[in-house]
Design a protein around this ligand. Structure first.
Ligand code: ADP
Length: 592
C-alpha cells in the first residue's frame, strides 16, 4: 500500500540530511581553501613582480635593450621559479622568461594587463595551451614618477593549488562517504529503535481490524507511543465489550423472533420483505429465494402493502385486520405495523401477525350459538304461552281440552328441560377447568352398555323396539370416565330409538383392537342422507327440523357425543343408509 515504510523514510531522511550537511560543509571548506591558496599565490606573484620591477629599473629607464631585459628576466625566472613577462604600454612583449618575445602576440587585451593599467595590480586565471595547465597571472604597472612605462607580469602554474584542492576534495569525499555509511548504520539502529513500537502498534491495529479483538499491545517507552498503545488497548476492549453486548442482544432478539408464536415480517421502505421469522415462513410458505421480493408477491394481499405505505408516510404505528386465504382455508390476522426509524427517516416497517382465525371463528360460533339457543328455547316457550293463554281464555272449562293442552304444555316444558340440560352439559364441558378435573380410569364397557340398554328399554318398548347387546369375545376396558362414556352411549341409543320406526332393532357391540376399544350403536332406522352426514355433529344441526322436532330433538345430542369422545382422546364415525339404518362407532384408548 505504501511505497516506503516509516523506517525507510527515517533512514533516507537521516542519510540525506547528513550527506547534504557534509556536502555543504565540504564544498565551503574546499572553496575556502582554494580561495586562500589563490590569495597567497597572488600575493606571492605580486611581491615578485614588484621585486622584478625594482631590479629592472635601470634597464627600463635608459634606452631599452630588449635582449638584455630578456636575459635579465630569464636569469631571475630560474631563481624564483616563476614566469616573468615584460610588456610595454602598447602591449608589445619586451621580454618573456619562457618564450621568445618576438613570436608572442600583443598582450594589451589580457585581463590582468587591463586591470594593472588602471589599478595597483591585476590578476587572472587562464588555461595555458602551451603547457596544458591553468595559470595564475599577476601584473603590476612600471612607473617612472607618475608616468606608466610598462607592465611586469609574473605567472605560475596553478597545478600545486589544484593538486591541494583535489587532495582535500578526495579526503572530504572519503569523509562524506564513510560518515554516510556510519549514518546508515546508526540511523538504521535508531530507526529500528523508534519505529519498532510503531510497527508493533500498526501490526496489532491491523490484526484488530481483521477481527482479533483479543489482541493487546504491550509497549514500555514511557512516551506518547505508550499512551497510544494503552489507548488502542482500551479502545479494543471497549469494542469487544460493545460487540459482545450487541451480538448477545442480537442473539436474544433473533431467538425471540424465531420462537415467537406470531409471524413477524420486516419490510423495507419499498415494501420488500427483508426478514421473516420461522412462524411467518411456516404460515406464508416463505422460502429463502422469496426474501427481497415485494410483499404482494409474498403474502398475496395488497392491503398489507397499503398499510406499510401508510405507516411509512405517517411514521405512526397502525393496526389492521387482514383476511386472507392460505391453502384454501380462510385465515384472519390482526396485523400490527411499526415504523423502523433511523435518524428521523423511516427505513422499514416491522409487521407482527396475530392469528385471530380461531378467535374469530369462536366469536362467530358464539353468535350463532346464542341465536340458535334462543330460537330453540323460544319455540317451546311460544307454544307454552299460546296454550296457557287459550286455557285462561276459557278452554280450561272444557276438561278434555284442558288435559290435551296441559299435556302439550308438559311435552314442550320437557323439551325445554332437555335443551337446558344439554346446554348446561355443554357449558360444563366447555370449561377447561372442569375438563382438567375429569378423572380418567379403567372403565369396563360391558356394564355401561348393559345399564343403558336396561334404562332405555322402556322407551324402546313403547315403540315395540328391542335393544340387543351383541356378544363380545373378551371384556374390554377403556381409559375413560364412566359417567361421560355412559352419556355418549345414552345419546346414541336415544337417537337410535328416536329415528327407528316401530318394531325396529338396536344393536350394541364393543370390542378391542390393539390399544383401542371400539363401541358400536347400530339401528335399523330411517338413516341419514349422505349430504347431511358431515354436518350431523354440529351444534343445533338437524337433518329435518319438522321431523326431529316431533321426535323431541334439539340438535345438540351428537355435538355433545363428539365433544365427549374427543375429550376422552377418542374418535367417532358414522355410516348410514337411507331407510336401512345408521351405525355410530366410537373408539377410546384402551386401559392397560
Ligand atoms: P337431535 O337432538 O335432533 O337428535 P342430534 O345432534 O342428536 O340432535 O342429532 C342430529 C341429527 O342427526 C338429528 O336431528 C337427526 O336428524 C340425525 N340423527 C341422529 N341420529 C340418528 C339416527 N340414529 N338415525 C337417523 N338420523 C339420526
Amino acid at each position: 500500500m505504501f511505497k516506503w515504510n516509516f523506517r525507510t523514510r527515517i533512514l533516507v531522511s537521516f542519510l540525506l540530511l547528513i550527506t547534504f550537511a557534509l556536502a555543504l560543509l565540504g564544498s565551503y571548506l574546499l572553496w575556502y581553501f582554494y580561495q586562500q591558496n589563490l590569495a597567497s599565490q597572488t600575493a606571492h606573484l605580486v611581491t615578485n613582480a614588484k621585486i622584478t620591477e625594482q631590479l629592472l629599473e635601470e634597464y627600463m629607464n635608459g634606452p631599452r635593450e630588449k635582449a638584455s631585459i630578456d636575459d635579465k628576466i630569464k636569469e631571475l625566472s630560474t631563481k624564483i621559479k616563476l614566469r616573468i613577462t615584460i610588456i610595454d604600454i602598447n602591449g608589445a612583449v619586451l621580454a618573456d622568461s619562457w618564450e621568445n618575445p618576438a613570436t608572442m602576440e600583443n598582450h594589451l587585451q589580457r585581463e590582468e594587463v587591463q586591470t594593472a593599467l588602471m589599478a595597483e595590480y591585476g590578476t587572472a586565471v587562464r588555461y595555458s595551451t602551451t603547457i596544458g595547465q591553468n595559470m595564475l597571472y599577476a601584473a603590476i604597472p612600471i612607473k617612472r614618477g607618475p608616468e606608466l612605462i610598462g607592465i611586469v607580469r609574473t605567472a605560475s602554474t596553478l597545478a600545486p593549488v589544484e593538486a591541494d584542492f583535489s587532495n582535500i576534495r578526495s579526503t572530504l569525499l572519503v569523509a562524506i562517504v564513510s560518515s554516510a555509511l556510519l549514518t546508515i548504520l546508526l540511523s538504521a539502529r535508531l530507526a529500528r529503535k523508534y519505529t519498532a513500537p510503531i510497527e508493533e502498534i500498526t501490526h496489532a491495529a491491523k490484526q484488530i481490524a481483521d477481527g482479533d479483538l483479543e489482541r493487546r499491545v504491550h509497549i514500555r517507552t514511557g512516551d506518547e507511543l505508550e499512551l497510544l498503545a494503552h489507548t488502542l488497548n482500551q479502545l479494543t476492549s471497549n469494542l469487544d465489550d460493545k460487540i459482545n453486548e450487541t451480538s448477545a442482544e442480537a442473539k436474544k432478539l433473533s431467538l425471540i423472533l424465531q420462537h415467537m408464536d406470531n409471524a413477524v415480517i420486516l419490510l423495507d421502505r419499498y415494501g420488500r420483505v427483508t426478514t421473516a421469522n420461522r412462524k411467518a415462513r411456516e404460515i406464508f410458505d416463505i422460502s429463502d429465494s422469496m426474501i427481497g421480493k415485494h410483499s404482494i408477491e409474498v403474502i398475496g394481499n395488497s392491503l398489507l402493502n397499503q398499510s406499510v405505505h401508510a405507516t411509512i408516510t405517517s411514521k405512526q404505528t397502525t393496526m389492521i385486520d387482514l383476511k386472507t386465504n392460505i391453502h384454501g382455508s380462510k385465515r384472519v390476522f390482526q396485523v400490527f405495523f411499526a415504523p423502523i426509524t433511523v435518524s428521523e427517516s423511516v427505513i422499514g416497517v416491522l409487521s407482527v401477525f396475530h392469528d385471530i382465525t380461531t378467535l374469530q371463528e369462536i366469536h362467530e360460533r358464539q353468535i350463532d350459538f346464542v341465536a340458535n339457543a334462543s330460537h330453540e328455547l323460544a319455540t317451546p316457550l311460544t307454544s307454552i304461552k299460546g296454550f296457557t293463554e287459550t286455557l285462561l281464555d276459557g278452554a280450561m272449562e272444557d276438561p278434555e281440552l284442558s288435559v290435551k293442552f296441559l299435556s302439550i304444555i308438559h311435552t314442550e316444558a320437557e323439551r325445554m328441560h332437555r335443551l337446558i340440560n344439554a346446554l348446561l352439559q355443554l357449558a360444563k364441558l366447555d370449561s377447561q377447568e372442569y375438563r382438567q378435573q375429569i378423572q380418567l380410569e379403567p372403565t369396563a364397557i360391558e356394564p355401561i352398555l348393559q345399564t343403558v340398554s336396561q334404562e332405555l328399554a322402556p322407551h324402546a318398548q313403547r315403540k315395540n323396539q328391542s335393544i340387543i347387546l351383541e356378544p363380545s369375545s373378551a371384556p374390554a376396558a377403556a381409559l375413560a370416565n364412566y359417567d361421560w362414556v355412559k352419556q355418549v352411549v345414552v345419546n346414541l341409543v336415544e337417537n337410535a330409538i328416536k329415528y327407528t320406526p316401530e318394531a325396529g332393532t338396536i344393536y350394541l357391540k364393543y370390542w378391542q383392537e390393539d390399544h383401542q376399544v371400539f363401541v358400536r350403536v347400530r339401528d335399523t332406522g330411517i338413516g341419514i342422507p349422505a349430504k347431511d352426514l358431515p354436518l350431523i355433529f354440529d351444534r343445533f344441526y338437524r337433518v329435518d327440523r319438522a321431523r326431529t322436532r316431533t321426535a323431541g330433538g334439539s340438535g345438540l345430542g351428537l355435538s355433545l357425543v363428539k365433544f365427549i369422545v374427543e375429550m376422552l382422546g377418542g374418535k367417532i364415525s358414522v355410516e348410514s343408509q337411507l331407510n336401512a339404518g345408521t351405525t355410530f362407532t366410537f373408539k377410546l384408548p384402551a386401559a392397560q
